[in-house]
Write a protein that binds this ligand. Structure first.
Ligand code: HEC
Ligand code: HEC
Length: 361
């Protein structure tokens, strides 16, 4: 009897906030450890190369990447704003349709962009250089301006297209080094794994309740899954994809079409991975009706700093995001899409808990 009482007491002391069952513990542990091990990108021979990383970092802030010498990557991806811009949608030479994505934890992904139009970080980095709405430059122009810097790292390029790709590969090599630091959630998760009661107790109680909602009744973790809080794929959560009189944002549907048509995808000549293992997902991608209006499941790491939210920047705060899921309009979801989402009808206190949790990422 005495032994049992002691064991119960020990259990209680280990979990002062509330008991955690084995399934919930397992679900929480899956969101780490953090940070992940840095592995070089085989499709990019500049990946991990210190000289290329230094060049990429300089060029990210360099207006010579723009046709009119008036803007750089950093004009939209501001270091002080987690490499996003705080605006609903990006603003270049002409307005963009989508929210600027905060740059972090970019290594080792299958797809880039809200619609996954790129299968490598370097192809995604090339896109704004030539896009008429963004930097509106070209390989020929860059070669005129940057040949010396380029050749010092890559040696001479055979043609302007290779030159352009090399510049994008240097930009990618630097962006791969942008990793969000360990968070309060990571400390809690590791304490849970280690059975460290004092470490667990340091995590705010409201965040702890929000975490239970996230992995439990809210079913958020079916899509926002793993150490980066994303399954890396695409889905629809009922955010409008009508752009107004000009038409619709096809989302993943347009992304797949653009990916397969691009000379810069991993099936093309610019992939440095001679074994072509990196190209496997691209080989298997297929255009499906359900891809209409699907967007990338965003990582939630550092999400506190990257308002406004969603592909169109239509939700201003994390509380608005929580409310959106709470009252989700099922008529706006695809009939042939996922069946996970149901209105959660959260109380205001639960919304506050969910936000408190998201802010610890
Ligand atoms: C005019 C604003 C603007 C400029 C300039 C710009 N970007 Fe972006 N960036 C965006 C927007 C908007 C998105 C989301 C685009 C989409 O998915 O349709 C984005 C997305 C990205 C992504 C995808 C991140 C992810 O998680 O998938 C990367 C990488 C990126 N930009 C790098 C760059 C680089 C490198 C440059 C400079 C060569 C650059 N950007 C210039 C606005 C800009
Ligand atoms: C069916 C998959 C799915 C589920 C379940 C899901 N999400 Fe999402 N989440 C997405 C997708 C897809 C987007 C981007 C949608 C868009 O922009 O159109 C998103 C966007 C977000 C964003 C905005 C991030 C940003 O950078 O813009 C947050 C925050 C978020 N979800 C939190 C949650 C929470 C909290 C839950 C549970 C209540 C949840 N999600 C459930 C797929 C999902």
């Amino acid at each position: 009897m005495k032994v049992l009482a002691l064991a119960l007491l020990a259990l209680f002391v280990a979990h002062p906030a509330r008991a955690i069952d084995a399934a919930e513990r397992e679900a929480i542990l899956l969101h780490g450890p953090w940070p992940p091990e840095a592995t070089p990108d085989p499709s990019n021979r500049a990946s991990g190369d210190p000289a290329a990383i230094a060049l990429g970092q300089r060029l990210f802030f360099d207006v010579r990447l723009s046709r009119d010498l008036d803007r750089a990557c950093a004009s939209c991806h501001l270091p002080a704003q987690a490499y996003a811009d705080g605006r609903p949608r990006g603003e270049g030479l002409r307005p963009l349709d989508r929210n600027t994505i905060a740059l972090a934890n970019l290594g080792g992904r299958r797809w880039y962009g809200w619609d996954g139009r790129s299968d490598s970080l370097w192809a995604q980095s090339l896109h704004p250089i030539v896009d008429e709405r963004e930097l509106a430059a070209s390989g020929t122009l860059l070669r005129d301006r940057l040949e010396r810097e380029h050749d010092a790292v890559f040696g001479p390029a055979d043609d302007d297209e290779i030159f352009l790709v090399d510049i994008a590969k240097a930009l990618a090599a630097w962006q791969e080094t942008l990793v969000t630091p360990r968070s309060a959630f990571d400390d809690y998760r590791d304490a849970l794994e280690a059975g460290d009661a004092a470490g667990m107790a340091a995590y705010p109680v409201a965040a702890r309740r929000g975490l239970s909602l996230f992995v439990g009744r809210g079913q958020c973790a079916t899509c926002h899954f793993g150490p980066s809080f994303s399954n890396g794929e695409f889905d629809s959560v009922g955010i409008n994809y009508f752009l107004g009189p000009d038409g619709v944002d096809r989302g993943r549907h347009g992304g797949i079409a653009a990916l397969l048509a691009s000379p810069f995808n991993l099936l093309g000549r610019h992939n440095d991975d001679s074994a072509r293992t990196t190209a496997a997902p691209t080989t298997h991608v297929a255009l499906l009706h359900r891809n209409w209006g699907e967007f990338r499941v965003p990582s939630l790491r550092g999400v506190k700093a990257t308002a406004p939210y969603m592909h169109d920047g239509s939700l201003a705060t994390l509380a608005e995001v929580a409310r959106h899921y709470s009252e989700i309009d099922l008529d706006r979801l695809h009939q042939d899409g996922q069946l996970t989402l149901q209105p959660l009808h959260l109380t205001e206190a639960e919304i506050a808990d969910l936000v408190a949790f998201l802010e610890t990422l």
